[in-house]
Design a protein around this ligand. Structure first.
Ligand code: CTP
Ligand code: ZN
Length: 153
């Protein structure tokens, strides 16, 4: 019989579970794990059948516990994600992500005339005016836009 490959439980680290199906790679991007080689093992599991929603993605990051600021960014892409902190092979903490009310320096404003695009350096600042799907409103010019992962900084 052929051996089956399975993504196993991890000993220590962070499991981001219940990621909206199709968003796993964007979550990796928002965490900066797609740029530099990660310092630890990262597993990406896409399109897993799920009870709550039809399908979900899962990301497992070994030997790294994520910070609150990083968690908030995940919520912009995947409002139902849960963060499981794994210690000694057990779920030590479980958090539901919550979108922040405001995001600073996350993505560029789509309005070319916005002060954030014309006068450097001005931090971008958006209010989160809708959570699912996320809609951002620029505090400076009022332009409303989606979270465009290609523009995330
Ligand atoms: N997990 C892991 N390694 C461990 C423990 C858990 O990779 N040592 C993963 C599980 O595979 C699961 C997630 O962490 O994807 C959460 O684990 P657990 O809370 O045990 O699962 P559920 O009870 O199904 O979680 P929920 O109620 O949030 O759906
Ligand atoms: Zn703007």
């Amino acid at each position: 019989m052929r051996k089956q490959l399975k993504i196993s439980a991890i000993q220590n680290g962070t499991v981001i579970d219940h990621i909206t199906a199709g968003m796993a790679l964007k979550v990796l991007h928002i965490l900066g794990l797609d740029e530099e080689p990660p310092s630890s093992t990262v597993s990406v599991i896409m399109h897993v059948p799920s009870r709550a929603h039809e399908f979900k993605d899962i990301v497992k990051i070994e030997d790294r516990e994520l910070k609150k600021r990083e968690l908030n960014r995940i919520a912009l892409l995947s409002p139902h994600a849960t963060i499981n902190i794994i210690r000694d092979g057990e779920v030590a903490e479980k958090h539901h992500v919550r979108p922040p009310r405001e995001v600073v320096d996350l993505s560029a404003c789509e309005n070319p005339n916005c002060i954030t695009n014309t006068r450097e350096p001005v931090s971008t600042r958006f209010k989160v005016i809708r959570k699912e799907p996320t809609v951002l409103k620029c505090v400076y010019c009022g332009r409303e836009q989606d979270v465009d992962v290609s523009r995330l900084e």
